[in-house]
Write a protein that binds this ligand. Sequence first.
Ligand code: ADP
Ligand code: MG
Length: 449
Amino acid sequence: MAQVVLENIYKSFPHRTGKASSSGQSSGHSIQKRSAGGIAPNAASVGATALAIDPETETGTAQSVSVLRRINLTIHDGEFMVLVGPSGCGKSTLLRLIAGLEALTGGNISVGDRLVNDLPPKARDIAMVFQSYALYPHMTVYENLAFGLRRTWTIDESEAKPSNRPEWMERLFVSATRSLPRGLRYWSAEEKLIDRRVKTVAQMLQIESLIDRLPKQLSGGQKQRVALGRAMARNPQVFLMDEPLSNLDAKLRTETRGQIVNLQRKLGTTTIYVTHDQTEAMTMGDRIAVMNAGQIQQVARPLDLYNRPANRFVAEFIGSPPMNFIPVQVKAPLLIQHPQFRLTLPHDWEARLRLYDGRSITLGIRPEHLSVGLPAPKNIPVRVERVEALGSETYLSVSLVTPDRSGEILPLQVRIEPDRPVFVGEELWLTIAPDKIHLFDDSTGRAIV
Ligand SMILES: Nc1ncnc2c1ncn2[C@@H]1O[C@H](COP(=O)(O)OP(=O)(O)O)[C@@H](O)[C@H]1O
Ligand SMILES: [Mg+2]
């Protein structure tokens, strides 16, 4: 077990203009040459990333595209850390850097007390599970689980009594008899250990009954469990998982989500789990790192992220349906005004609001913190556009019509009790729970706290 420390990580890729070039400099970080052929197939999205990057800071150069910038993150020993963010924000790249499948442009990665920057993947003692299961199609489940062990495992002398035959001879006997029925195979000391390890893992993942099947005889969920098992069998210091559930259907995803969390608890292996799905992040992570455009936006425990988002991006990304945002004007000491409503905030906002007197800011309120009320100046008049009754709760899409801005319409989402009847076209007054509001600075997007 080990903690993982990411220190000031930068990653740039050579620009997709014909040949890969490596002569650029990006803010003093040298650009590493990559072998041609390792370049992402999606040239358009590379360009888009370049545009999204802050021109003030590390933009990359004409020869390179900056994909990760200034990543600082410590994953504690035994922790389940989720990296979440929209597609293209650099999550997979970060995992691949940790695994050693990509070279760093700048920064340091340590696993335990070892700096692993320059170690090849095999020497890092890290196992990775990908979205595509990548099982060997011609091997049984047993062989798939054992394969990684045979390749990467060196037997600890204390674990097994080595035979007095030379190792090459042991291996030869093993591979010559491998396709025979179990009883007729040659079992070297190493093979016995591997066998024990494979069986333990299969039992933990409840795939014992599948052990003699080929991957094509398994369902998606079963394949993914075998892939997990293959990573587990190696008993690495760190698991890296890149969207391992995204090929599963919704029900299986929920189920497997629970299994992965339970297994991780049982094994206590430091885990970094990548997903674009905020529900997965919220339900699985001990802590969550929210990423956007190559940078970490906030690192916190799930409910802290939800209740105290550091900026507008996190506020919008975490939570489903997302938080509503309404432009308002501040009138000190405690009033916020919108053409359609005016709200007096609780006293603890006073000091902060004074700094914004007369300015425009953004009010954020989650769908569950709006409720249907009576006509009043502090309430928001809206028209119901759509009703989604889920049984346990009902979501309304409503619109707030802003009269002074040429009838501009602001859509809002509201969660209400399922037993209140609501019709499309109905006009309602929404009450804001004043102790649940969030305020954001319009120029920086940061939460006003
Ligand atoms: N080998 C590569 N060469 C050039 N650009 C790449 C390469 N790999 C990834 N990228 C770009 O880096 C950005 C981040 O990609 P990725 O880490 O796969 O994002 P995520 O996993 O968050 O969806 C994307 O814009 C992608 O196109
Ligand atoms: Mg990815």
